[in-house]
Design a protein. Structure first.
Ligand code: ADP
Ligand code: ASP
Ligand code: MG
Length: 409
């Protein structure tokens, strides 16, 4: 019997009515002759609510106890869904991450899955039960509860599909697939029938929250057929494919999508001596404070001094600024400044590799709208710019229009 792993996100299980609708949907796939494993997120908004509760007790709350708190959201939805299935006459069994033996490392709040012991779940499936698993959580070797980072239920779904050798992992959400950009920002965005893993990885890493990046990495590594589709309407959704997939005739678009990230902040240190080791002296204390640095730009030195600008996650802005001020004192730098009202907009496409002039076209489009670019970074298949946050919507729409993404290439 074919095995499907289906994951339903927060909006899809956001109320009792919606959980009942998920039960009906799962049953329809079951009746069509599939074994079913279902992964659910917490009810929409619940994880944020729990984070806020933790912050009221300790603004710096993180680590083990935060994980104990956050995992309760998914424990509610697995139980409610299993009840709804049983009430309809379909035997079901719910599992928390720990019960499902989703073993992770011990990095609380961003743990990585190491292994899954599928014996019990396989046995349930053999007995004809529907297996319901809490997304976003696991357990480490010392029996501590862990979470997989925000959006982590996607990764649970893919990891289970890999462990159980499912025929497909289906990510049900509140949009009907992967679009050329977030349809909430650009209503003219177009749904893609397929997208390569390479491009999806890039979009996810540059801020497209439709799939957690680790889920895409996992699916690519273990060759899990992965599809994004709507909980609310019937459609084929978007299939994430290998680059050399079956559809070899597929025309490779120049640009496949636009991603953006609102969680960015920029820091600058001016007038540091232009000598070997400066970059290390500046970035070292930032990474020692466990802060990930994204983009880095060092100016060409003049008069023996240089300037250095980098970006970090907005949540880390205050800590990074403090660390940089200490560094500035030590290095006798002229000035430190910061801006946490910036965003990053990126265009992504494997077709870019073989085409010159994409960057200049991107800058031209932004210039026409009067959008000032603060930083630029490029790779073979993406170009990112940092701009003031007030230009996010305008920038995304102008690029979507300028690269003609609403028309199928
Ligand atoms: P879930 O709770 O189901 O996991 P998420 O909010 O995590 O849902 O992800 C779905 C959201 O991702 C959509 O509502 C949409 O606003 C956003 N999104 C961002 N970029 C894209 C894109 N390129 N295509 C589709 N949706 C996108
Ligand atoms: N509930 C978690 C979150 O909001 C995990 C998820 O939904 O994927 O991040
Ligand atoms: Mg999500």
């Amino acid at each position: 019997m074919p095995l499907l792993v289906q994951k339903f996100g927060g909006t899809s299980v956001g109320s009792i009515e919606r959980i009942e609708a998920v039960a009906d949907k799962v049953i329809s796939y079951r009746n069509a002759g599939n074994d079913m494993v279902v992964v659910v997120s917490a009810m929409g908004g619940e994880t944020n609510r729990l984070v806020e509760l933790a912050r009221q007790v300790d603004p710096q709350a993180r680590g083990r106890e935060l994980d104990v708190l956050l995992t309760t959201g998914e424990q509610v939805t697995i139980a409610l869904l299993a009840m709804a299935l049983e009430k309809r006459g379909y035997p079901a069994r719910s599992y928390t991450g720990a019960q499902a033996r989703i073993m992770t490392d011990s990095s609380h709040n961003k743990a990585r899955i190491k292994s899954i012991d599928n014996v019990k779940m396989t046995d349930d499936l053999k007995q004809g039960r529907i297996v319901v698993v809490a997304g976003f959580q696991g357990v480490d070797e010392h029996n501590n509860i862990t979470t997989l980072g925000r959006g982590g239920s996607d990764t649970t779904g893919v990891a289970l599909a890999a462990a159980l050798k499912a025929d497909e992992c289906q990510i049900f959400t509140d949009v009907d697939g992967v679009y050329t950009t977030d349809p909430r920002v650009e209503p003219e965005a177009r749904r893609l029938d397929t997208i390569t893993f390479e491009e999806m990885l890039e979009l996810a890493s540059l801020g497209s929250k439709v799939l957690q990046i680790r889920a895409v990495e996992f699916a690519q590594k273990y060759q899990v057929p992965l599809r994004v589709l709507s909980s609310f309407e019937a459609s084929e959704g978007t299939l994430i494919t290998t680059e050399y997939g079956t559809d070899k005739t597929m025309e490779q678009a120049l640009i496949s999508g636009i991603a953006f990230n609102r969680d960015e902040a920029q820091l600058t240190i001016n007038g540091v001596s232009d000598t070997p080791g400066v970059a290390y002296q500046i970035i070292g204390p930032i990474s020692d404070a466990n802060i990930e640095v994204d983009m880095i730009v060092q100016n060409v030195g003049a008069d023996g001094t240089t300037d250095f600008t980098f970006t970090v996650h907005r949540n880390d802005f205050d800590t990074a600024l403090e660390a940089l001020e200490q560094t500035a004192k030590r290095m006798k730098a002229r000035e430190v400044s910061g801006n946490n009202r910036i965003v990053k907009i990126s265009i992504v496409g494997v077709g870019m590799r073989s085409h010159a002039g994409i960057a200049s076209r991107m800058f031209e489009i932004l210039a026409t709208e009067g959008i000032n670019i603060l930083m630029i970074s490029t790779s073979e298949i993406k170009i990112s710019v940092v701009v003031d946050e007030k230009y996010l919507e305008l920038g995304v729409r102008a690029l979507h229009d300028g690269f003609d993404l609403k028309t199928k290439s």
